[in-house]
Design a protein around this ligand. Structure first.
Ligand code: ATP
Ligand code: MG
Length: 347
């Protein structure tokens, strides 16, 4: 649905050129919710602005719904942009227009007749749950309701792609949840491709199918959300998911392990961090491990969470037993798809 090839974006600046995007290749599939996450200044907004050609990239191709956007003339580009709806962090509603008229605006601009507009806008207001507020002005509704207007407006031209740049950053957690649910709903019901820009992993966790991590103008990691959460590769990715899946064990756990190590003989036990994802029943794997390899195992810390009905978990366990047994047990866990990492407790 969206194909970005070798995108570079260089802005002129007072202290010389700013390289905001440095060779981005990205393919976003029809019907998926694709998250793009990165810290402030990473290049997220630059990237969305390139996708609808609000910014012309310095280099590279932008192909959306089959059109190579940079090759189109102004008129054809305007047409192609109707396939792309956009939702903004600060809603960008016109304060002098009612809710209804804000949603109607893109249709008026497209030259649609009044009657047809009414028939298009009413079901959209229904979809976003604002039918009762159609005649209010933006100043008379809440932030969450404003974003619902923004979403309805973005859907007015029946786009194939919805771009959302920090659409929930100005909202409280509960309203964020309901707006993300709404985006998920339009993704499913309308088959819309959604590109979600955010700096919060919570947002990615709630609705994205796949995620790309952008840092200093480059995509440094991408994959299915559950994979990236359970096996983050880059330091920046680890930092970003830390709020949801803490990457370091609490000091109290490490202290406890140091004490355990002092009690038993040198090298007898190991602190392991086990991560797993999917439907894999975890408890049976552990109990079988203990039985078959004659190990002692205590679970010291852990959490289990869910991403789109897929369970994923991370456990810190202290395992002791004969050395050969331990090595075999670890090998077996790995063949069962569990990620096993030894955690150092020194220092
Ligand atoms: N119009 C511009 N002119 C010059 N430099 C710009 C311009 N827009 C963005 N930049 C620079 O490009 C880099 C990327 O900015 P961008 O707005 O894409 O980041 P972002 O990831 O959206 O950040 P945030 O999370 O704060 O919104 C930054 O260094 C920024 O200062
Ligand atoms: Mg931005």
């Amino acid at each position: 649905m969206i194909d970005l090839r070798g995108i570079t974006q260089i802005y002129p600046g007072p202290q010389g050129p700013v390289e905001a995007l440095r060779g981005i290749d990205l393919r976003i599939l029809p019907g998926e919710v694709f998250g793009i996450i990165g810290r402030s200044g990473a290049g997220k907004s630059s990237l969305v602005r390139v996708i609808n050609l609000l910014n012309r990239p310095t280099q590279g191709e932008v192909i959306v719904a089959g059109h190579d956007l940079a090759q189109l003339n102004e008129a054809r580009l305007r047409e192609a942009r109707r396939d792309i709806g956009m939702v903004f962090q600060h809603f960008n509603l016109l304060s002098s227009r009612t809710v209804f008229d804000n949603v109607a605006l893109p249709l008026e601009l497209a030259g649609m007749a009044k009657n047809a507009i009414r028939q298009r806008v009413q079901p959209l207001l229904e979809l976003v749950g604002l039918t009762a507020l159609a005649d209010r002005y933006p100043a008379q509704i809440s932030g969450g309701q404003k974003q619902r207007v923004g979403i309805a407006r973005a859907l007015a031209n029946r786009p194939k792609v919805l771009l959302s740049d920090e659409a929930t950053s100005a909202l409280d957690p509960e309203t964020t949840r309901s707006i993300l649910d709404l985006l998920r709903q339009v993704n499913k019901e309308l088959g819309l491709t959604v590109v979600l820009i955010t700096h919060q992993m919570q947002v990615i966790k709630q609705i994205a199918d796949r995620v790309a991590v952008i840092d200093a103008g480059r995509i440094v990691e991408q994959g299915r959300v559950i994979e990236v959460f359970t096996r983050p590769q880059q330091p920046i990715t680890k930092r970003l998911i830390d709020e949801i899946v803490p990457q370091d064990l609490p000091a109290s756990v490490l202290d406890h392990v140091r004490q355990l190590k002092n009690q038993v003989q040198e090298g007898a036990g190991q602190l392991l961090r086990l991560s797993y994802a999917g439907e894999r029943a975890y408890q049976p794997i552990l109990s079988r491990l203990i039985r078959e390899h004659e190990l002692d195992l205590s679970i010291l810390h852990g959490q289990v969470d869910e991403i789109q009905e897929q369970t994923f978990g991370s456990l810190a366990v202290y395992v002791s037993g004969q050395e050969g047994h331990l090595a075999r047990a670890i090998a077996q866990l790995r063949t069962e798809g569990v990620l096993v990492e030894e955690v150092k407790t020194e220092g």
